[in-house]
Write a protein that binds this ligand. Sequence first.
Ligand code: SER
Length: 582
Amino acid sequence: MNVKDLFINYFVSKGHIQIPSAPIVPENDPSVLFNTAGMQPLIPYLLGNPHPSGERLCDYQKCVRLTDLEEVGDKTHHTFFEMLGNWSLGSYFKKESIEYSFEFLTKVLNLPIEKLAITVFKGSDQIPKDTESASIWMDLGIKENHIAYLGEEDNFWAAGETGPCGPDTEIFFWRDEEKVPENFDPEDNRWVEIWNNVFMEFNRTLEGKVEPLPKKNVDTGMGYERITAVIEGVTDNYTSSIWKNIIEKIEEISNLPYQGNEKSMRIIADHIRTSVFISADDSGITPSNTDQGYILRRLIRRAIRHAKKLNIDISSSWDIEIAKIIIEKYKNYYPELETKKEIILKVLEEEKIKFNRTLEKGLKEFEKVVSKTDKMDGATAFHLYDTYGFPIELTIELANERNVSVDELGFQEKMKEHQEKSRTAAVGKFKGGLAGDGIIETKYHTATHLLNAALKQVLGADTHQRGSNINESRMRFDFNCDHKLTEEEKKKTEDLVNHWISLDLPVTIESMSKEEALKKGAEAMFIEKYPDTVNVYSIGNVSKEICGGPHVKSTKELGTFQIQKEESSASGIRRIKAILKD
Ligand code: SER
């Protein structure tokens, strides 16, 4: 049985409820791009809100960490990983938590006790030394010289500057042929950290003060890729059973052995896997030049570049074949990979086509530049980005391979100039729009909210606004959708908007904190950054959106809504043009 199932079975047998993995893109926190730890979706509950599934929870959570992106290519780093976790929300604390971890590792996974070592918190001016955890470990049979006391940098865990936090105890495993040392040296990297038990009893405030939480919680996290490598006795994660058939597929496609081509093969395997999971996420991310969409674009393009390095025919369906293996492998745990299969494959295919069109020419251009200089200026890097679609990180990586430096600051300046130019152009287009608060534009603005709500009902709840533009004579609305709307879908949408207009629904405004708004289910464009206090506009019970306004007072004022055109706007994004008639 795989560790994921063993873990869940064990904690369920100890009275925990298994909760599903939350989406990778946090649902209620537009300030971070991805979930980076299992506890992240649980923050409100760690702060004291009751969890609907009770006080003992366990799961495996999809996570994406971008801090490791550049490291991918070595034996241990991944951009996507799964975190196994168990939580006590005020139920048990240090004793049971440590006993569960110990029993799971030594009785279920059968790891030898003598190969385990532990770190505990040595204390700070605000929080005392954690001798309690140390003595629980010793009672279980861990020798005193396999326990080390470390400071805040190592044994105090917090998800961010503020929020739930606490001292932790970390479990290490000896991964080497050599005899287990008598004394535990946490600096010796043959000891690998496998599990972290955080005793979340504090909340860090904006002022940096650490205050007790209403309940003492436990938050644990164990990286699935690492524990699997440990159990299987491999030091290169990519040779564990998790990656085996993915790497074999890349060997088959490239007709090359893993040995000697590890770096590119690991990058391809990792980046395609992460792209598959991001594309399948409920948030409906597609490749773009901002936020999560840009990360997705970077991952796919970097994978393509490394496929090219392995002499894979990049216009073939090499990426689709790899993605299919990944979908097959994970679909029992993450059914969305199966239900969103078409979308995933389309995202990969379309991005590949886009990049392949310019990759060859871009590489030639790159060669031309680096044959003349070992310092690439910002304008050239921007040209590679703008004309050939080379993400700056890709240009830097290519340049590094050739010992050429890139003026990244110069690139950022060019980028800013370019954005300012496009913004001015956009503002120009927008003239006479909401800036003037004209009554017609205001009507169109309210109609935008109704259209957003109607599309969700017709196409599914994961349909979201991706952009909009209004002028005196029409509205334009962009949204994520993987297909051209059928006549029936268009008609249904139009009818629904007109139905709501005829109900003469009141438009009301409320001011509240961003958190509260999101908790209440207000629609928010994830690409926007919101202030702490926001206005939420509601239209009867049919729509609730964070928005700056202005809006009409009631829907009757809108007249009749008519869709004039439905077309593609970008990959995975459709555009509706509509008018209001008296
Ligand atoms: N939050 C801790 C971590 O990510 C334990 O789950 O390591």
